[in-house]
Design a protein around this ligand. Structure first.
Ligand code: URA
Length: 281
């Protein structure tokens, strides 16, 4: 079988497994593919994902991350490049193009698509999740898998939807292998784009779904259990101030439906805050 054909077959098989509800460790598959050199553009000697890299000495890990980005640039260099690209974008569409052109996140080499945003531009409500999963990576839009379907239902319960009043994005634009959480440096290179997105979209309220998004946006180690239940102030470096409501991630609610009542309370908080600000939805 030609190498590309076997790569395509393995990809189709893992997609099918995922659709059947089997948990697929994409990192392990990447490693197996790399060992056989069936993934074009992925060198054999590059660790597929960070959990393996962290078993190495810190200096090696740092060196490896630099190499994985394909240039001798440091994290600081890439953050500076993200800041400059973000600052140069004057519209959300231009920002999307800038994010797609950015090569500073190592996750980009391991996934199919750059997933930026969906929904209504300049909507009063902005939802920020942690990053694309398998379905999002295939389709190129945020929150389109099972968790996304639940998110749509949750939003609809307070008259919010993508078509009229809600903008949806993530704090990371590339699917991590095996759906692991994005790491700190992966979030750091995305952050200038996230801040610029808030500056350009000027939402009245932000809903952060899940601990990864909430902790990253609020720059705190406090977990979602303690963050949710009240509004938190969010401010971009350019000075845009928006109230942020941390909420359970819909994927968590699919696993723990008994916590839906707490998510409902958070949705009511969003609704009350929009009413208070005179925002009609
Ligand atoms: N989970 C997220 O946090 N974001 C998505 O886009 C999809 C699933």
């Amino acid at each position: 079988m030609p190498q590309n054909a076997s790569a395509a077959a393995l990809k189709a098989l893992t997609e099918w497994w995922e659709e059947m509800g089997v948990q697929v460790d994409q990192g392990e598959i990447d490693a197996a593919m790399r060992a056989k050199s069936v993934v074009p553009g992925l060198p054999r000697d590059v660790p597929p994902h960070a959990p393996e890299a962290t078993q190495e000495a810190p200096d090696q890990v740092r060196g490896e991350r630099k190499r994985r980005r394909g240039e001798n640039k440091t994290l600081t260099d890439w953050v500076a490049e993200a800041e400059s690209l973000a600052a140069g974008a004057d519209t959300l569409e231009a920002l999307k193009a800038a994010i797609k052109s950015f090569e500073g996140c190592p996750l980009k080499q391991l996934c199919d698509k750059t997933v930026v945003y969906d929904g209504t531009l300049n909507a009063p409500v902005m939802v920020l999740g942690e990053g694309p999963g398998g379905q999002e990576d295939r389709i190129g839009l945020p929150f389109v898998g099972k968790a996304g379907q639940l998110l749509d239902k949750m939003l609809a319960a307070i008259q919010l939807d993508r078509k009229t009043n809600t903008f949806i994005s993530n704090v990371n634009y590339w699917r991590p292998p095996g759906n692991r959480n994005p790491e700190a440096d992966e979030l750091a290179v995305c952050r200038p784009f996230v801040d610029r997105m808030v500056d350009l979209a000027q939402p009245k309220i932000i809903i952060a779904t899940g601990g990864v998004a909430a902790k990253s946006l609020l720059d705190t180690k406090t977990g979602i259990m303690r963050l949710r239940g009240s509004e938190r102030p969010f401010k971009t470096p350019a000075g845009t101030e928006v109230p942020l409501v941390p909420m359970f991630h819909p994927a968590y609610l699919l696993r723990r439906p008994q916590d839906k009542s707490r998510a409902w309370r958070d949705l009511l908080l969003v609704q009350a805050r929009l009413n208070e600000m005179g925002v009609e939805v």
